[in-house]
Write a protein that binds this ligand. Structure first.
Ligand code: SF4
Ligand code: SF4
Length: 281
C-alpha cells in the first residue's frame, strides 16, 4: 500500500498529516520534500545512514574538442554552450543524462560524479524512514527523489510526504499510489491550491480524499467544493493553541490524547477508502 500526501502549496500541514498518519498506521514514512525535509523533526528516526546522491556531469577535453557543436544540439536541457572558442558546461542545468558524451564523435567528453544531495535511511518506532536533502545551491530534486524511491523495499506499506505544489516532483510522489490525501486549509487561497492539486491527481486517475487542517468556521468553503467534486472529507484537524504548542516542540500531534483520536479516525477512514480503491482497481 502506498499513500501519497500532497497539498497545493507548502505550509498547509502536509507533513503534520503524513507523520502522524504514518505513526498511527505503523508504516514507513517517506519524505520527498527534499528541498525542505522536516519529517525527521517529528518522527525522530534512529540509525540514520547517509548516502551521497551524485549525477554524472560532463567535462570537456578542449584538446580533443573540434567545436563541432553536436553535444550542444544533443543536450535537451541547454546545459552546454558553444562560445566559438570552447564548449561551456552549465552544471546547474545538467541532468546527468549522458547523451552528450555518447554523441561526441571525438570522445572529448568524460564525466565526473557531482554531488547534488544526500539521502537518509533509518527507522522510527518499528517502521522505515526515508528522506533526502538537496545540496546547497543545487536545483535538482528529481534524481534525489528517484534514488529515495529506489531504496524502498518492494511491498513496503508507506506514506509519501510529497513536495509542495504541483511540479513534476509531486508527480513522482503520487505515481503508483493506491490513494492520495489532499491536505488543505479552509480559506479562499487554500481552496485555490487544493483545486490545482486535485486536477493533477485526477489526471493520474488516483482516488483521493481531503483532510482539512486548521479547521475553523470557513470549513464550508472546502466542504462545498468536496461535495461538488464528489470527494470525501477524511477528517478535520482543529486549530488549537495546544496543537500549535505540540507542533512547535517538534512532537507528533497524536501524542495529545484529544488529538490522537482524530488521527485514529482519519486512519480508519483512509484504510476503508484504500481497501475500496484497491478492490475496484
Ligand atoms: S549529461 Fe545530458 S543534461 Fe548534462 S550536459 Fe550532457 S546532454 Fe546535457
Ligand atoms: S560533440 Fe565533442 S567535439 Fe563536438 S563540440 Fe561537443 S565536445 Fe566538442
Amino acid at each position: 500500500m502506498k499513500i501519497a500526501v500532497l497539498s497545493g502549496k507548502g505550509g498547509t500541514g502536509k507533513t503534520t498529516v503524513s507523520t502522524n498518519l504514518a505513526a498511527a498506521m505503523g508504516i514507513a514514512y517517506v519524505d520527498f520534500d527534499v528541498e525542505e525535509p522536516n519529517g525527521h523533526i517529528f518522527l525522530k528516526p534512529r540509525n540514520l545512514e547517509e548516502t551521497d546522491v551524485n549525477i554524472m556531469t560532463p567535462v570537456i577535453d578542449h584538446e580533443k574538442c573540434t567545436l563541432c557543436n553536436i553535444c550542444v544540439e544533443t543536450c535537451q536541457f541547454n546545459a552546454l554552450a558553444n562560445t566559438g572558442k570552447k564548449i561551456l558546461v552549465f552544471e546547474d542545468l545538467c541532468h546527468g543524462c549522458g547523451a552528450c558524451s555518447l554523441a561526441c564523435p571525438e570522445e572529448a567528453i568524460s564525466e565526473y560524479p557531482r554531488k547534488i544531495g544526500v539521502l537518509y535511511e533509518g527507522t522510527y518506532d518499528e517502521s522505515g524512514f526515508y528522506s533526502g536533502k538537496m545540496a546547497l545551491n543545487e536545483p535538482m530534486a528529481g534524481p534525489i527523489i528517484t534514488e529515495i524511491k529506489r531504496r524502498i523495499p518492494k511491498g513496503t506499506d508507506h506514506i509519501v510526504d510529497c513536495s509542495p505544489g504541483t511540479s513534476c516532483n509531486v508527480v513522482k510522489g503520487v505515481d503508483g499510489a493506491d490513494y492520495a490525501i489532499m491536505v488543505t486549509e479552509p480559506s479562499v487561497f487554500g481552496l485555490h491550491d487544493l483545486k490545482l492539486a486535485v486536477e493533477l491527481v485526477e489526471e493520474m486517475t488516483i482516488p483521493m480524499g481531503i483532510v482539512i487542517n486548521r479547521s475553523n468556521e470557513y470549513d464550508h468553503l472546502i466542504e462545498d467544493y468536496a461535495r461538488e467534486s464528489n470527494l470525501r472529507i477524511l477528517g478535520k484537524i482543529p486549530f488549537s493553541k495546544q496543537a500549535a504548542r505540540i507542533y512547535s516542540e517538534g512532537r507528533l500531534l497524536s501524542e495529545d490524547p484529544q488529538i490522537a483520536g482524530i488521527f485514529d479516525s482519519i486512519k480508519a477512514t483512509v484504510l476503508e477508502e484504500v481497501s475500496h480503491a484497491v478492490s475496484h482497481s
